[in-house]
Write a protein that binds this ligand. Structure first.
Ligand code: MN
Length: 437
């Protein structure tokens, strides 16, 4: 099975020099999309492509540059800032657009003199959500997270019997998904401490969850199941995703129907969507450890077994208010690899979500669940890193954290690296905790 093409060639260079720097998030092999415009302007939104230290404005590029046959029609919805319409063109169109952008940005492209005028420094831009999110579902595919969190509540029986068999998830709140930057207000809610009765007030156990978001790029009809052959082609791309969680609210409310207000106050995603096409060099076989059950047939395919999993590094970084004041850099709290952390592949999450006939829609967002490594200290949340708040995490400068404090800035990053491929990064998503209102 040929997975990669000329757009992944590690020898490919761009005329945008900064894109050729080793280790850059945005080499020509990546080409992620974001919806953006000039900061503090009332310009219409448009879609841009990240290339090195710049963003190619596709509204300008579609007007000011000659393009090959048919490319203008592909770029039109992107120029209009309408990623949903672009997604509706389907995977073949996504691939053609990637090829056209790769050729245009490649060293010695004849389009370079036109496109040079369409590059914008990212400092001059502001971002929006890529599209209207109809529905947001958060899965629980991080098995080490599930085991560690389960052990905090059920030391003898950390993983429930359904875990190895069924992709667990819950319906999240789409309206409170926010893009990049800015502040996340500490939520208030009902919590139950040691006192006889619960109280209402600001959460004191505010946490992050290190996840990836999967953007649905193709719809299925109500009642139509999407099988494993088609499942992954329904996904447009990925972003880092922070499922902010108020653990004290969660602990009191979650039984019997699962998380509700402990999660729905905010979910942050990064502005850049990395396409599944860009991740071709980082596909890996899907496997199960010995002794673990194989997926049921509706969650199994030859392609998934051969190349349905992804080698993606994910990290969470913290910079406290005191660290900022002392000009101390952020410290890494969490790191994991999706290959090790995730029990299910993206295709399996789509096949499972639609297995009852549930219709996914363009622009729906699926969270993977918290991605934690197998080792102690690789938890993808403070709940895990602090042992449920019992073991404070030591920070440089003498501070400690069990959970997030006001003024803390939490940043998620993700990237892929593999021999014979150019590193591809996802950018980052940050949020700073603001005091409860
Ligand atoms: Mn989550």
């Amino acid at each position: 099975m040929q997975l990669t093409d000329a757009t992944h060639d590690p020898a490919l260079k761009s005329w945008v020099e900064s894109a050729n720097a080793p280790g850059h998030d945005f080499p020509i092999q990546n080409l992620p999309y974001a919806r953006l415009r000039r900061a503090r302007s009332d310009e219409p939104w448009r879609v841009g492509v990240a290339i090195g230290d710049f963003v190619l404005d596709l509204k300008l590029a579609s007007r000011q540059c000659p393009w090959g046959d048919g490319v203008g029609e592909l770029l039109a919805p992107l120029a209009d800032g309408d990623l949903a319409t672009f997604m509706s063109l389907g995977p073949a169109a996504w691939k053609l657009t990637r090829e056209a952008l790769s050729l245009a940005l490649a060293a010695e492209s004849e389009q370079a003199p036109f496109l040079e005028l369409c590059l914008v420094p990212p400092q001059e831009l502001e971002y929006s959500l890529p599209c209207r999110i109809g529905n947001y579902t958060d899965f629980y595919a991080g098995i080490h997270h599930a085991r560690t969190v389960g052990a905090l509540f059920r030391p003898d029986n950390p993983l429930l019997p359904n875990y190895p068999w069924v992709p667990i998830g819950y319906h999240g709140r789409a309206s409170s998904v926010v893009v990049e930057g800015g502040s996340v207000r500490r939520p208030c809610g009902q919590t139950k401490g040691d006192a006889a009765e619960p109280v209402f007030g600001p959460s004191r156990r505010l946490d992050y969850e290190l996840e990836l978001g999967l953007w649905v790029g193709a719809a299925n009809e109500l009642g139509e199941r999407v099988d494993m052959i088609a499942a992954e082609s329904r996904l447009f791309g990925l972003t880092p995703l922070n499922d902010w969680s108020a653990r004290d609210i969660q602990a009191w409310e979650y039984q019997p129907l699962g998380p509700f207000l402990s999660k729905s106050f905010a979910t942050s995603v990064s502005p850049w969507i990395v396409s599944f096409d860009a991740l071709a060099p980082f596909r890996r076989p899907f496997t199960r450890p010995p002794g673990q059950p194989q997926p049921l047939p509706y969650l199994d395919s030859e392609r998934n077994r051969e190349a349905g999993a992804f080698d993606i590094h994910v990290e969470a970084w913290l910079q406290t208010a005191r660290m900022k004041a002392a000009r101390q850099p952020a410290v890494r709290l969490s790191h994991a690899n999706v290959l090790e952390a995730a029990w299910w592949t993206p295709a399996q999450l789509v096949a499972h979500h639609t297995s009852n006939g549930c219709n996914l829609q363009i622009g729906d967002l699926l969270g993977t669940g918290t991605l934690s490594g197998a080792q102690a200290g690789q938890g993808g949340s403070l709940l895990e890193l602090s042992g449920g708040g019992r073991r404070p995490v030591q920070l440089p400068g003498g501070e400690t954290r069990t959970f997030l404090e006001d003024g803390d800035t939490l940043t998620l990053k993700a990237w892929c690296e593999a021999p014979g491929a150019v590193r591809v990064g996802f950018g980052s998503v940050s949020g700073t905790i603001a005091p409860a209102a």
